[in-house]
Write a protein that binds this ligand. Structure first.
Ligand SMILES: Nc1ncnc2c1ncn2[C@@H]1O[C@H](COP(=O)(O)OP(=O)(O)OP(=O)(O)O)[C@@H](O)[C@H]1O
Ligand SMILES: [Mg+2]
Length: 221
């Protein structure tokens, strides 16, 4: 397939804080190819999370368009958009966002259950792939930070999405654990031919991907 998987054109987004308006995205365009691993860098507050969410169909831009696999986001009913996201996209959020009262396995099975699938076997297999086969029935509070992040990665993979969006997946981890999480994400994405869009402010980790983008002053430098 030669068409890019994700096409963004002239994305703009601002926020009003009191009387002031800050322009966070000031005309961002980019193409991402199928299977590409792209790292998105920039200072704290530069707009990385805002851009990632906009590309993933989670935050409507004020202007500009996003097309994913030939389909324009932010059009159509919100339920069909949500259904598409659940089926085609995996998310690893800043902070892990595991549900505290669910076990590791239940957290991983959750997106599939929302999609109406019984996916216990797939959930167990993905947790094994991230090295947690002996932690299936632990609650998040009973797991280390790195283990919780691996559960979050397994959850992002369990629906077999085409693309994975990850926002600072190494944020709360020491640098060695962080490195191993990025290596794990890259290895899983490459072996399963998934596209990866990862936010980080660690330039050293970003160099491991296929391409590095940097937001400066609301545009890609
Ligand atoms: N809902 C909101 N309301 C007002 N301002 C917001 C909102 N969301 C984000 N912002 C502002 O937009 C700017 C960019 O935020 P964003 O979360 O995208 O930054 P970031 O690059 O992800 O930063 P970090 O590395 O700290 O996570 C920040 O200045 C933030 O205060
Ligand atoms: Mg952020």
């Amino acid at each position: 397939m030669t068409e890019p998987q994700l096409v963004a054109r002239d994305l703009r987004r601002s926020f009003r804080i009191g009387p002031r308006r800050i322009e966070v995205l000031r005309g961002i365009s980019l193409d991402v190819a199928h299977g590409e691993a792209v790292f998105l860098c920039g200072a704290s507050g530069a707009g990385k999370t805002t851009l990632l969410y906009t590309l993933a169909g989670l935050e409507r831009p004020e202007a500009g368009t996003v097309e994913f696999e030939g389909r324009r986001l932010y059009t159509g009913s919100s339920s069909s958009q949500a259904e598409m996201r659940n089926r085609k996209m995996g998310f690893v959020f800043q902070g892990y966002f595991l549900l505290p009262e669910l076990t590791a396995l239940e957290n991983v099975m959750l997106p599939g259950m929302i999609g109406g699938k019984r996916n216990r076997v797939a959930g167990e297999a993905t947790l094994k792939d991230v090295g947690l086969s002996d932690r299936l029935h632990h609650l998040p509070a009973e797991l280390s930070g790195g283990e919780q992040q691996r559960v979050a990665i397994a959850r992002a993979l369990t629906n077999d999405p085409d693309i994975i969006f990850a926002d600072e997946p190494t944020g709360n981890l020491d640098s060695r654990t962080g490195d191993s999480i990025i290596e794990l994400l890259l290895e899983l994405a490459r072996s399963r031919k998934k596209t990866l869009l990862v936010v980080t402010h660690d330039a050293r980790l970003a160099a491991l991907g296929d391409r590095q983008l940097r937001i400066v002053d609301g545009v890609l430098a």
